[in-house]
Design a protein around this ligand. Structure first.
Ligand SMILES: NC(=O)C1=CN([C@@H]2O[C@H](COP(=O)(O)OP(=O)(O)OC[C@H]3O[C@@H](n4cnc5c(N)ncnc54)[C@H](O)[C@@H]3O)[C@@H](O)[C@H]2O)C=CC1
Ligand SMILES: O=C(O)CCC(=O)C(=O)O
Length: 428
């Protein structure tokens, strides 16, 4: 999902280079880690409902697998680009490393708009994707999962195709599967809840009670919905949410200054996370331009939609009262904006730490599939909270000790672990 003039891969590499300098990384380690180790680009012919055949373009990019099988979601998006997937694969490596789970980093995508595909066409697209990549994914190689505009149903079609090809049950091939078909309880909630576990720790560090805070969110899909649910259940108040309207081809911000009722907002969104604007107005929401979510007078900003949303331009609109930015999306902040965030002393919880709950629960799903024994939801969420909290605390401790920006501290921990793994394996 590239926007004009913005290249997420260049952003991911620039973040990496900055920390590689701080760590004085060995040149060969640096060269190895600043790019993906393997890339697959392929075509996917799909029989459409009208009898025609359409050719889609699919990608799977594996950044690094030194600490374990590569891991990361598959996106469906009409504006997906290879550089976005490269960046996301790199961020997956740092994400798995910062929460210390034995997995590497990968990401996949198909250039398509599922809004315009029937269920049957989506199933054939998922199966076609797997036919092209089956030999290069699997429980010990690379394990996909859902991401933007993909869900458990897509994952199960993909798994079924994989198991048909290899003739057996291999539930550890894909995570984010539906519960009852090899999925873990809690995976649907995991990313959003993880964002709020990190936010809770950040507020604790700042000595601010959650129940005294207000927040504004970008996005209302999987991550944002569950982040909103947990945050409001802790007493926080959400005053604005923005979402994309595919029919109007623009985004809107829905604002209610005395607080949005999240159950009611969920009831009027579709499966793509689009809020019905007519129904929102009936619920008493003000309808603002999509970009207005960032300009609200709140304590907390939760970007949970897209990359490159907090830029030097949009940052000018950020209220002086914002105390925390907790990044639910991957890469929502342009690298040049970090200096501005630091200058304003806004506490930042970086994306690959804040949104690591999804992949952590995916790891739990693999563990459960391997032992063919599934845990109750409370146990999954308790383990998730433990993992997220201890990762946050390790990053926060380092940031405090060395007076570092939270993103830099998280990168130092993550990159050091991967650099150590590639050295121990004798790759460099
Ligand atoms: N689903 C997961 O487990 C994980 C997702 N992420 C990241 O979180 C972000 C969101 O992912 P999901 O919630 O899964 O996606 P999703 O597809 O469920 O929801 C995306 C949401 O973003 C909104 N959106 C799209 N363009 C927008 C715009 N211009 N302005 C305002 N809203 C807009 C959509 O309306 C929708 O509500 C992505 O960056 C994704 O990579 C990160 C970790 C795990
Ligand atoms: O659950 C997973 O394996 C991957 C989730 C993901 O794609 C992400 O964290 O960005």
């Amino acid at each position: 999902m590239n926007q004009q003039g913005y290249n997420p891969y260049a952003a991911a590499q620039s973040q990496f280079d900055q920390i590689a300098d701080v760590l004085d990384l060995d040149p060969s380690v640096r060269e190895l880690l600043r790019q993906p180790s393997r890339e697959f680009h392929f075509t996917i012919p799909v029989k459409m409902d009208d009898g025609s055949t359409k050719i889609f373009h699919g990608y799977r990019i594996q950044h690094n697998a030194a600490r374990g099988p590569a891991k990361g979601g598959i996106r469906f998006h009409p504006l997906e680009t290879v550089d976005t997937i490269r960046a996301l694969s790199m961020w997956m490596t740092w994400k798995c490393s910062v929460v210390d789970i034995p997995l590497g980093g990968a990401k996949g995508g198909i250039i398509c708009d599922p809004h315009n595909l029937s269920k049957g066409e989506q199933e054939r697209l998922c199966r076609g994707y797997v036919r092209q990549i089956a030999k290069n994914i699997g429980p010990v190689i690379d394990v996909p999962a859902p991401d933007v505009m993909t869900n458990g149903q897509h994952m199960l079609w993909m798994l079924d195709e994989y198991e048909t090809i290899f003739g057996g049950h291999y539930p550890g091939t894909i995570t984010g599967k539906p519960v009852g078909s090899g999925g873990s309880l809690g995976r649907t909630e995991a990313t959003g809840y993880g964002v709020i576990y990190s936010l809770r720790e950040a507020l604790k560090a700042l000595d601010i009670p959650v129940s005294s805070t207000t927040a504004s969110l970008q996005g209302f899909g999987n991550v944002a919905e569950y982040a909103s649910r947990l945050y409001t259940s802790m007493g926080g108040k959400i005053v604005a949410i923005s979402s994309w309207d595919n029919h109007d081809q623009k985004s809107y911000t829905f604002r209610k200054k005395d607080g949005l009722d999240i159950d009611k907002m969920v009831a009027i969104k579709d499966s793509f996370g689009t809020i019905n604007k007519e129904k929102a107005v009936e619920l008493g929401c003000e309808l603002l331009d999509g970009g207005e979510w960032i300009a609200q007078d709140v304590d907390i900003l939760l970007p949970c939609a897209l990359e490159n949303q907090i830029t030097t331009d949009t940052f000018e609109k950020v209220s002086k009262n914002v105390k925390v930015i907790c990044e639910g999306a991957n890469g929502p902040t342009a690298p040049e904006c970090d200096e501005l965030i630091k200058k304003r002393s806004i506490f930042l919880v970086p994306d690959f730490l804040a949104n690591a709950g999804g992949v952590t629960c995916s790891y739990f799903e693999q563990v459960q599939c391997n032992s063919n024994y599934f845990w109750p939801k409370e146990e999954v969420l308790e383990k998730l909270d433990e993992k997220m909290t201890s990762a946050f605390q390790a990053v926060y401790r380092l940031a405090k000790e060395k007076d570092l920006y939270m993103r830099d501290a998280a990168y130092i921990i993550a990159i050091n672990r991967v650099a150590e793994a590639v050295k121990l394996r004798g790759w460099v």
